[in-house]
Design a protein. Structure first.
Length: 224
């Protein structure tokens, strides 16, 4: 309904929330653990993953340079988004970890980046998440959508960010990427992306376990 501009969508989401199908109007994931702290945007301190964030920001140029080199080689390592999330445009991703499993071949192309991440099991061991590069070309719009689970948080590290035209909305707040800086949000909340610049946008995405999950939950929760 949102995709055809029907404002009735949120009334249905509210009804779904009242009937217990959704955690809230904005948080509509389906594979959830009850009782986890729920907010659209997070700070590094709130997550407890400050060392990971510091490491990403400290090494952002290395991560950027390896990703750009893969892009420049143009050998099809970046694959088009295939979940029908785009209204228009060109959006591709290069995945290093998927559901807690390392892509050894992919990591051969970005060895320094993968070596850096190996120190952080909250990311590499997140079986409900991914670690990947994401390139979005000009004039791309990603529909409002939600991720599948409240068991993860998503970090975006800005690598190549145009001066204007790129933004992300999560729930009711819109933010902007900066090169070398990490944004953290809960993608079980509705989010939407616009790339209205005249040049590409490259970011690095790192999913981590929700910090309130116990070690046992992290070990036993099935992947998605």
């Amino acid at each position: 309904m949102q995709r055809v501009g029907n404002s009735e969508a949120y009334k249905w989401y509210e009804l779904g929330h009242k009937r217990g199908h959704f955690a809230s109007v904005w948080q509509r994931s389906l594979y959830n653990v009850k009782g986890l702290k729920a907010q659209p945007w997070w700070t590094a301190k709130e997550t407890g993953y400050t060392e990971l964030v510091k490491s990403l920001e400290r090494n952002w140029k290395t991560i950027r340079d390896e990703g750009v080199a893969v892009l420049d080689r143009g050998k099809g390592l970046f694959l088009p988004e295939d979940e029908n999330l785009r209204e228009k445009g060109d959006w591709s991703q290069f995945t290093l970890w998927q559901q807690g499993r390392k892509n050894e071949n992919a990591c051969k192309s970005v060895p320094k980046t993968c070596a850096l991440l190996e120190r952080f099991p909250e990311a590499t061991g997140c079986r409900r998440g991914q670690i990947k590069y994401s390139v979005m070309h000009p004039k791309t719009h990603v529909w409002p959508h939600t991720g599948p689970t409240n068991c993860r948080l998503r970090m975006h590290l800005g690598l190549v960010i145009p001066k204007e035209g790129c933004r992300i909305r999560c729930a009711q707040e819109t933010r902007f990427w900066e090169e070398g800086k990490v944004l953290i949000f809960d993608d079980s909340f509705e989010h939407e992306v616009w790339q209205d610049a005249d040049e590409l946008r490259l970011i690095f995405i790192v999913d981590v376990w929700h910090p309130e999950l116990t070690p046992q939950q992290r070990h036993t929760l099935p992947s998605i």
